[in-house]
Ligand binder design. Structure first.
Ligand SMILES: Cc1ncc(C[n+]2csc(CCOP(=O)(O)OP(=O)(O)O)c2C)c(N)n1
Ligand SMILES: [Mg+2]
Length: 349
């Protein structure tokens, strides 16, 4: 028997070919669009800089890069404020940067320096920037999803209209805690937004060999949570879905689920794109998905509207490169934490 409410397939959203054209920017102003392209390019250049440094052997720990997925964090963060409560996981550079974290804080953290976002104790997968609304990321897949529900429930009990956000991957959805979290969020009417970045892979495994259906929003439907399945490489589509969900949450409407379909350009971890890519990911796939680039598609729309030109590219890249190179130099010179700090912040005093 077929459930009429269920969403059965990502369909064309899982194919790069249908979505290579300029996105529809609607009535967004040039200023709004510039903010979005700035935010996405900033994340991309930062992550490419990390890839380069990792390749050069300058970074000690692993880095999980989200190049290609920038539109999701930027679109969602556009609708948030610093008192909201955002949680990420192992691939969270974009999440924290989109909320306004400093590039130097991220670089220092990745290098294990005292000026890092987690005082150098965490590295790339343990980021924290609560002043900007980022309550933390951990490498335990799905480990923060229940925490986001708790933070959203706390916001509700505190009678604030702040919202929580849980970023998770399509692989994380396979963890039991996600299903408990969806159920609790719905039954307690928690102001939380589940944002699934469905990049079709968990490590080297394609979703088709892990799940009977490629659309994870079916679990939202099962829990009576409103869901949107969108092109995660369209920053305006992400912004609109996030706006709807944030308004619902702030006005007592409870949880929402956004499934944003995307693709990561690098392999699962570090700078290579030709290893750890699984049976279904070929170099052709990677090239095709690069043509569905969220930045290029916004840029094309801005050019068509007369808002953007090659001069703007040069100015933006120069501005960002200056910020990033200065941040890298400072982070390289930042001191490591004192050895005596090793057990600080491990146990409550
Ligand atoms: C509980 C747990 N199981 C397994 C792992 C190993 N692991 C790290 S990332 C990852 C894949 C996660 O895939 P997904 O949630 O889709 O996120 P993506 O890497 O695609 O961003 C796995 C299995 C882990 N870190 N934690
Ligand atoms: Mg994934």
């Amino acid at each position: 028997m077929k459930n009429p409410g269920a969403i059965y397939s990502l369909g064309e959203l899982a194919s790069p070919f249908s979505f290579q054209q300029a996105i529809d920017v609607g009535s967004r102003t040039p200023e709004q669009l510039r903010t979005l392209i700035f935010g996405m390019l900033r994340i991309r250049l930062v992550e490419n800089r990390l890839a380069q440094a990792r390749r050069q052997g300058l970074i000690g720990g692993p880095v999980h890069l989200g190049v290609g997925q920038e539109a999701i964090a930027v679109g969602v963060s556009e609708c948030l404020r610093s008192s909201d409560r955002v949680f990420g996981a192992h691939r969270s550079h974009s999440h924290v940067l989109a909320l306004g974290s400093s590039v130097r804080g991220l670089f220092s953290e990745v290098l294990g320096k005292d000026a890092g976002l987690s005082r150098g104790m965490g590295g790339s997968m343990h980021l924290w920037d609560q002043p900007n609304g980022f309550y933390g990321s951990v490498p335990i897949v799905a480990g923060t999803v229940a925490l986001a529900v708790g933070a959203g429930l706390a916001a509700k009990l505190q009678s604030s209209d702040d919202v929580a956000v849980a970023y998770l991957g399509d692989g994380a959805v396979e963890e039991g805690v996600v299903h408990e979290s969806l159920n609790l969020a719905r039954i307690q009417n928690v102001p939380v937004i589940f944002v699934v970045e469905n990049n079709l892979f968990a490590s080297h495994m394609h979703i088709s060999i892990r799940q009977p259906k490629d659309v994870t929003a079916r679990f939202a439907t099962a829990n009576d949570i409103p869901a949107r399945v969108i092109d995660g490489n369209d920053v305006i589509a992400v912004t609109e879905a996030a706006e709807e969900a944030v308004i619902r949450a702030r006005h007592g409407g409870g949880p929402s689920f956004i499934e944003a379909v995307t693709y990561r350009w690098y392999g699962h971890v570090d700078w290579r794109d030709d290893i750890d890519v699984g049976v279904n990911r070929s170099q052709d796939d990677v090239a095709n998905w690069k043509a569905r680039d969220p930045i290029a598609r916004l840029r094309a729309a801005m050019v068509a509207q007369g808002y953007w030109s090659a001069d703007h590219d040069a100015d933006l890249e120069a501005e960002l490169t200056l910020e990033i190179e200065e941040a890298w130099e400072r982070a390289m010179q930042d001191p490591y934490p004192e050895v005596s700090a090793l057990l600080d912040r491990v146990y409550a005093k």
